[in-house]
Write a protein that binds this ligand. Structure first.
Ligand SMILES: [Zn+2]
Ligand SMILES: [Zn+2]
Length: 372
């Protein structure tokens, strides 16, 4: 099996100074490599101090749309799932990496798009990704047999390196709340029971909770709350791919995309912030519970303000494939920095029913043997 590195040059010529061939980014490195003569070209790495988030308000006010913040990319939109991806040069027929339906390559056009701020290169080599995928496959319980055959086919033919658009938000939140603090205490309860054929009344100790009204404020600090800026990968799969090795983030450089595809964002920074707020909610709620203290907590009302919001527009790398099984689309994605495999998959109803029957049979046999 092998992962194909599709050639996307983003209208940017990256020629080998030795032989003139197009250079491709080499996963697992900070280098470009010539696939013909093997010449290596280093890409200078970003100093971590140069990774700075932008002010959110200034960004959405339109400062970002200046010509120097744009990039021209040849993209094709999938008519089935809406994904908009950069397309390799010279490709005449292609399947969408997200939904496996044919792309109408003749509709590809050059578009002026927002230049990504940062890019996380592929830290995982294709070979390492293949190993992770094999491990994942060997743990496919209750998968239909034809699926396993299909997935093996996918590994050979359709896995592509793709950069996914993500918004990353930083913010400091202030939340005021009203609620109740519950304190446990022991109380006496009377109950009736049967003793020597007579109904008698007895008492016992029971734990009760006394509630006190409370209110207060909590502050939380968030850094790099990630939101996938498209709907091509299911959000469930995208969230499970976290965490990413964001300490390896580089200032955006088109050379890292050479040989790979990238998806353009379809969810803007404002809509993305709303999704980020939902992701931050669990942390805020636990901070409130912690602040209330006591033995039990209830929140009746809470309201947050989000201060000093900053953002980054990042491209993050995955190996992706989609496959169809009985008219349904399933996606398999590998985080190309940690090797985490998140795959959607069907289950074989027959295999599950058979396994359940075997378990029932074993329990029945044990029962009969023990009972007899
Ligand atoms: Zn060369
Ligand atoms: Zn598609």
């Amino acid at each position: 099996m092998s992962f194909k590195d599709k050639n996307t040059d983003l209208n940017h010529t990256l020629s080998c100074h030795n032989c003139g061939a197009t250079l491709q980014y080499e996963p697992g490195t900070f280098q470009l490599k010539c696939s013909y003569c093997g010449t290596i070209n280093e890409i200078e790495q970003t100093n971590p101090d140069d990774i700075q988030a932008l002010d959110y308000e200034a960004f959405i006010a339109g400062n970002s749309l200046q010509p120097e913040n744009k990039i021209e990319i040849r993209v094709v939109q999938c008519r089935q799932c809406g994904a908009q991806t950069s397309l390799p040069d010279g490709i005449t027929s292609e399947l969408c990496a997200f939904c496996n339906s044919p792309l109408v390559v003749s509709t590809a056009k050059n578009e002026q798009l927002l230049r990504p701020h940062y890019i996380l290169p592929f830290l995982l080599k294709a070979k390492e990704a293949e190993e992770r995928l094999s491990n994942w496959m060997s743990a496919l319980w209750f998968a239909p047999s034809t699926l396993i055959k299909n997935v093996k086919q996918i590994q050979r033919d359709h896995f592509v390196g793709m950069y996914l658009p993500h918004w990353a938000y930083d913010t400091e939140t202030e939340t005021s709340y009203d609620g109740q603090q519950g304190i446990h205490y022991w109380g006496t309860e009377s109950y009736t029971t049967e003793e020597n054929g007579k109904t008698v009344t007895r008492t016992r100790q029971v734990q009760r909770t006394r509630w006190y009204p409370v209110s207060g404020r909590v502050s939380c600090s968030f850094k790099d709350v990630l939101v996938l800026a498209s709907n091509s990968l299911s959000r469930n799969v995208a969230d499970k791919l976290e965490p990413w090795q964001l300490d390896k983030l580089q200032v955006f450089d088109e050379r890292y995309i050479s040989g790979f595809r990238s998806e353009t964002y379809r969810i803007d920074a404002v809509a993305g912030l709303n999704i980020a707020k939902r992701k931050m909610e669990d942390t805020i709620i636990s901070a409130i519970y912690n602040d209330i203290g006591g033995d039990e907590q209830q929140i009746s009302d809470h309201e947050s303000t989000y201060n000093h919001i900053k953002l980054k527009y990042n491209l993050l790398p995955i190996w992706i494939s989609a496959y169809q099984f009985k008219n349904k689309v399933y996606q398999i994605a590998i985080n190309a920095t940690t090797g985490e495999v998140i795959g959607e998959r069907p289950y074989s109803a027959l295999k599950i029913i058979f396994a359940v029957l075997v378990v029932i049979l074993i329990v029945l046999i044990i029962y009969l043997v023990a009972g007899g």
